[in-house]
Design a binder for this molecule. Structure first.
Ligand SMILES: N[C@@H]1[C@@H](O)[C@H](O)[C@@H](COP(=O)(O)O)O[C@@H]1O
Length: 243
């Protein structure tokens, strides 16, 4: 794993944007795996800014999002589909039909998961996957003890994850209890992974990722076994960790 140390959230976001734009210049048909949550908001802002200033094109890009809450339609402002449209897709020249986010209001989540996995394979998989990390080490919505062999599946969210994400909802009760997420094996099939880590609240998770064992009790630890991972972490997240 390569680790790039940056001063703060703003620098993490601009370095991550530069990283993606560099990949797009080599491969305008990039299959880009996207994450939601607070961490990549600044990155998406930078991508939008760059698109406006430099005309970087996403016309031939296909995107796959990691996860979505069960029970929320794409029109619900708390859905990850809505988030992606607002933060990124509505402001760049991507074809909406090439943007895939799991369907939170699907009638048949199990079947949907199988189809999503097929869709990823049919497109030749993800070239570059953007990831954030939960403080318990979750990636996507793969909570601790998720099998490293898992593919896209339905999950029950941990109380700590629902509490961490309650800040986006009116109350904790409104946070869905379940989600669809790409599995650990699905994420690990990406050719390349870019993990963004910002803030003191992620420091313990970063220590565990860099220094702990590769173990299903800490899902992100599997990234240590991937051949091409870059971590961009800010000073607040790194603290005194030797990197
Ligand atoms: N499902 C998302 C993840 O994809 C995200 O990376 C992580 C960290 O979120 P944040 O960036 O808001 O700290 O938790 C959320 O629950």
């Amino acid at each position: 794993m390569k680790i790039l140390k940056v001063s703060d959230y703003a620098e993490m976001s601009s370095k991550a944007a530069e990283f993606i734009i560099g990949k797009l210049q080599h491969n305008p048909k990039l299959n880009l795996g996207l994450a939601t949550g607070g961490t990549p908001v600044g990155l998406y802002e930078q991508l939008v800014k760059n698109h406006k200033q430099n005309n970087t094109s996403y016309r031939n890009v296909t995107t796959f999002n990691l996860d979505e809450y069960i029970g929320l339609s794409g029109e619900n402002p708390n859905s990850y589909r809505f988030y992606m449209n607002e933060q990124l897709f509505n402001h760049i020249d991507i074809q909406k039909s090439n943007t895939f986010v799991p369907l939170g209001d699907t009638q048949n989540p199990q079947q949907f998961c199988v189809e999503y996995e097929k869709l990823l394979a049919a497109h030749g998989g993800v070239d570059l996957q953007i990831l954030g990390i939960g403080s318990n080490g979750h990636i996507g919505f793969n909570e601790p003890y998720t099998s490293f062999q898992s593919e896209t599946h339905l999950v029950e969210l941990e109380a700590s994850t629902r509490e961490a994400n309650a800040r986006f909802f009116n109350s904790l009760d409104e946070v869905p209890t379940h989600a669809i997420t790409m599995g650990i094996a699905s994420i690990m099939r990406s050719k390349e992974i870019l993990l963004l880590v910002s803030g003191e609240s992620k420091r313990d998770a970063l220590v565990q990722l860099l220094q702990g064992d590769v173990n299903e009790n800490f899902p992100a630890s599997i990234l240590r076994t991937h051949p091409c991972v870059t971590i961009i972490a800010d000073k607040a997240a790194i603290g005194k960790i030797a990197v």
